[in-house]
Design a protein around this ligand. Structure first.
Ligand code: AMP
Length: 403
């Protein structure tokens, strides 16, 4: 990586402002899932063990620029205390500041001692955060000497805490989680072990068109499942019934199909389907075999058994696998099998480097109980997609270049 890492910063005794992604689900003031907090622990512990005075900042939810007690990070501070207590016996050293900027934040961060942590209140309680406001960025920067970004999930946004602040601190570096994300995704894009395949699913072609176009030159195989497959199948003049089709993407789908042929790319679409007349757990479900049309009054909501077989075979041959997006409406039981089977197939290929991103596919590998067999589970859905599109992430670009 060409950017500074937290390992390159002089941490001892210094105030380190670390942007983390503590955007966790809360229910009645309780943290329902602390995965995101736990994933940041290596960076937090690394900094504390080396004598940093650590200031943590995050967004949570969409409070639209105004304080909202339901989206307070206070419960996160409590959970962080518990987690740090277990690991480092440092729990009692986690303070919480009810605002992320201003006199109190400056006083509390100024009083921090080595090895102590201060979690700031939700950055998005100020509209200036998302506006990447200069004055607000300066106020954040006043709290620290150095800046670390460990919030990969927010790196595709140019906000005050991801970009603006970097102009006003001495140096800006990637945290350990950020580094890991960039390393895995970067290696897949630039130096993958081959065969390299991408599995893309989810609702819309339009959301993933940039990824398809960028990956087309890099992968050996492209597997398309989920709702987005039906725009391609319709573009090939197949009968798709009431399945999800983006009419305004049909021309582009035709062009992509042509390009895959020119490039001799192994391009796999579903060949059989699980159908229903509505998205409902009690709907009457039917399988349509390869070569049979999808009836006008039915929609395809999952991939069928022959497709699972074909996709699994392609997956088993790969040495690098990137997966983003479910193969069907996996939230509804009768249409979940395809996504779970693909999760298992990816996990079973232990010879491959597997990278799974996007909320739904990550949820699927966890629900299938195979998360521990995936090489890298990305913490940033939107950010990982933009990375795969070949876009530069503003939160990464803003970090200091290695000398
Ligand atoms: P995305 O956010 O684009 O990754 O899309 C995820 C959503 O796509 C999930 O909520 C799925 O229910 C939905 N989805 C997947 N397959 C289909 C399908 N065949 N028809 C309709 N929706 C689908």
């Amino acid at each position: 990586m060409s950017k500074l890492s937290i390992r390159d910063l002089p941490l001892d005794g210094h105030r380190i402002f670390t942007r983390v992604d503590f955007n966790v689900p809360l229910d009645n003031g309780l943290v329902m899932d602390d995965t995101r907090i736990r994933e940041t622990l290596p960076t937090i512990e690394y900094a504390l063990r080396r004598g940093s005075r650590l200031i943590l900042a995050s967004h949570l939810g969409r409070p639209k620029g105004k304080p909202n007690p339901k989206m307070s990070l206070k419960p996160v501070a409590e959970r962080l205390r518990m987690l740090l207590d277990k690991e480092l016996r440092r729990g009692e050293n986690v303070g919480f500041c009810p605002d992320c900027v201003g006199a109190e934040a400056e006083e509390m961060s100024g009083k921090l001692e080595k090895g102590q942590t201060l979690l700031l209140e939700n950055l998005r309680f100020h509209a200036e955060e998302e506006a990447n406001d200069e004055k607000f960025s300066l106020q954040l920067a006043k709290l620290a000497d150095y800046y670390v970004n460990d919030a990969f999930g927010a790196a595709h946004r140019a906000h005050a805490s991801t970009v603006g602040i970097t102009r006003f601190v001495q140096k800006s570096a990637a945290g350990l989680l950020m580094e890991k994300e960039l390393e895995y995704l970067g290696r897949a894009l630039h130096n993958p072990e081959r065969p390299f395949i991408a599995i893309l699913g989810g609702a819309k072609v339009s959301d993933k068109i940039g990824v398809i176009q960028n990956l087309m030159d890099k992968v050996d195989g492209l597997i398309i499942g989920g709702g987005m497959a039906y725009t391609f199948l319709k573009a090939m003049n197949e009968a798709v019934g009431k399945s999800l089709v983006e009419e305004n993407q049909l021309d582009l789908a035709c062009k992509i199909l042509q390009d895959t042929k020119t490039r001799k790319l192994n391009f796999l679409l579903p060949v059989d389907h699980i159908l229903a007349d509505k998205i409902d757990a009690n709907a009457v479900v039917r399988i349509v075999s390869p070569g049979q049309p999808i009836p006008d009054n039915m929609m395809a909501l999952d991939i069928g058994p022959k497709t699972i077989e074909a996709f699994t075979e392609e997956i088993s041959r790969a040495r690098t696998i990137v997966w983003n997006g479910p193969m069907g409406v996996f939230e509804v039981a009768p249409f979940a099998k395809g996504t779970f089977k693909i999760a298992e197939a990816v996990a079973e290929n232990v010879a491959a480097i597997s990278i799974v991103g996007g909320g739904d596919s990550v949820a699927a590998v966890r629900a299938a109980g195979v998360a521990d067999k995936i090489t890298h589970i990305s913490t940033g859905g939107g950010a990982s997609l933009e990375f795969l599109e070949g876009k530069k992430l503003p939160g990464v670009e803003a970090l200091t270049e290695k000398a």
